[in-house]
Design a binder for this molecule. Structure first.
Ligand SMILES: [Zn+2]
Length: 401
């Protein structure tokens, strides 16, 4: 393939639509935000709404008063810091200590597909995939492979793709709600990022996030026909010291196990790519697992104060106790010296560019300590909260081989 592909040209025409789509995606899946009470309080009430009750201000103060225990500090040995910090992060995410469960992976029917990007047709095959990260509860998703009939013995570099909030993983693999395949990239904020990966020549596995699509709770489907709330999954997992984000990250790590089990994959050439809540999974998975050669984190890596504590986010963005132990920039630093490409959009109010710049500068200190400051890149996009891919695919082309 002569050049990296992305939806970039298309995106500029659909900005307004994408903004509305993204807003709906953020607010959907039955999140309920209580309207301010209309209950009339007497003039003398000491319970009237006031800044004294502002929880964001309170939580920001909590954050300010905490020194993150494993934050990277200048002068420490960066490799030793990474070893300690990676172990601490694994504990925060409550990843299993036991040997991995058998994947028992199954692939569905192989379907031939095609997408047109910038007037060029890219052929690929798509299969449903099902595997077990943990015993007794399956992970579903799709496996995409470039349709490379002239080179059946090719070994592919591979990408693990994670969707953000939306209806389901089909949003990023070129599937329409009616089950047909899109012939062009979606205008949705995720822009069929898995299809973009396969069009760029990568074997691609796109996994359904726990709580969405087929991995919403089967018995609650009639009760919540519009989709289920991530918090409905986080709560039960919290009872056992787990978290929704911990489960999702582990699902991504097991997807790498699957890729490495295949004969047609270059085991040393695997990346993670995700946007928004999927960007969080890409970040944490790459930080934990050095099998990941490079990571693209779109619309997530940020200063905690500017993002997670300044806007209403879904609970799946929050790793329990993370603030006590790390800044998000430290998680980025765990990816060093491997390539980390951060996408931040200048009109993204949920994960603002100013906060992304703060985090990038801190992450870069860790890369600098390892003498590879060039391997962390902040790519500023022109849109709002959405996957861009323009610089990401150019860089992946250099790193994945
Ligand atoms: Zn969520």
């Amino acid at each position: 393939m002569s050049k990296a592909l992305c939806h970039r040209n298309r995106r500029l025409k659909t900005g307004a639509l994408v903004s509305i789509t993204m807003l709906m995606a953020c607010l959907q899946s039955s999140h309920s935000y209580a309207a301010e009470s209309t209950y009339q309080l007497p003039k003398s009430s000491i319970l009237k709404p006031s800044s004294d009750f502002d929880f964001f201000a309170y939580s920001k103060k909590l954050h300010k008063d905490h020194q993150a225990r494993h934050a990277f500090r200048q002068g420490v040995n960066p490799q030793k810091w990474q070893t300690t910090a990676r172990a601490a992060l694994k504990t925060l995410l409550a990843l299993p200590e036991s040997a991995p469960a058998p994947l028992n992976a199954k692939l569905g029917e192989k379907l031939k597909c095609a997408v047109v990007i910038d007037k060029r047709v890219y052929k690929y095959t798509r299969q449903e995939i099902l595997y077990y990260s943990r015993p007794n509860y399956p992970v579903g998703g799709y496996f995409l492979l470039p349709d490379n009939a002239n080179n059946s013995k090719a070994k592919y570099s591979a990408v693990v793709c994670m969707p953000g909030h939306g209806s389901r993983v089909q949003d990023i693999v070129g599937l329409q709600p009616d089950g047909n395949t899109r012939s062009t990239l979606s205008a949705d904020y995720q822009h069929d990022l898995a299809v973009q990966c396969v069009a760029n020549g990568y074997a691609t596995i796109a996994i359904e996030s726990l709580g969405l699509g087929s991995r919403a709770s089967y018995s609650k489907r009639k009760e919540f026909p519009q989709g289920q709330d991530c918090n409905q999954f986080d709560g039960p997992l919290n009872l056992y010291g787990d978290s929704l984000i911990g489960y999702r990250v582990y699902d991504a790590l097991r997807a790498i196990d699957y890729l490495q089990s295949r004969n047609d994959i270059n085991k040393d050439s695997i990346a993670t790519v995700g946007v928004s809540a999927g960007g969080a999974i890409s970040l944490f998975a790459a930080a934990l697992d050095t099998r990941v050669k490079c990571a693209v984190v779109s619309c997530f890596l940020n200063d905690i104060n500017s993002s997670l504590l300044s806007h209403i986010h879904c609970g799946c963005n929050y790793v329990p106790n993370l603030g006590k132990e790390f800044r998000l920039s430290d998680i980025g630093g765990l990816i060093a010296p491997r390539l980390l490409l951060i996408e931040a959009s200048k009109n993204d109010h949920a994960f603002p560019l100013s906060g992304a710049k703060l985090a990038y500068e801190e992450t870069k200190k860790i890369y600098s300590a390892l003498k590879v400051p060039q391997n962390v890149i902040l790519f500023q996009t022109k849109g709002d909260h959405q996957f861009d891919g323009y610089e990401a695919f150019k860089r992946l082309k250099l790193d994945l081989r």
